[in-house]
Ligand binder design. Structure first.
Ligand SMILES: [Zn+2]
Length: 100
């Protein structure tokens, strides 16, 4: 159950960063660690791939320093999903944090 909830937060976090810039595995791992999320590749890569398959991210593989790296960007659907989630976050924050 804890994992389900954390995965949901993780997905929202990824979508948010993908609206700011293109994202990739290692970069996201570092960014998420800054927020106290310890996310290993066994969680992160399948999550990115699920978001891509669902049409919320697009993926482009490029070679950087002789290594293949997958870069992800938000799609229009991903942007709409994030907006919807933002409203839910506001709603949840009002009730759970502010007690309104
Ligand atoms: Zn972040």
């Amino acid at each position: 159950m804890i994992r389900d909830l954390e995965l949901a937060f993780l997905k929202i976090h990824i979508l948010y960063h993908a609206t700011k810039e293109e994202v990739f595995g290692i970069g996201l791992t570092e960014e998420l660690a800054r927020h106290g999320y310890k996310v290993g590749p066994g969680t992160l890569y399948p999550t990115l791939s699920k978001l891509e398959k669902a049409g919320f991210l697009t993926c482009e593989a490029r070679t950087v320093d002789h290594k293949q790296r997958k870069y992800y960007r938000i799609t229009r659907e991903g942007g709409s999903l994030l907006d919807m989630m933002k409203n839910k976050i506001i709603e949840l924050y009002k009730e759970v944090i502010e007690g309104k």
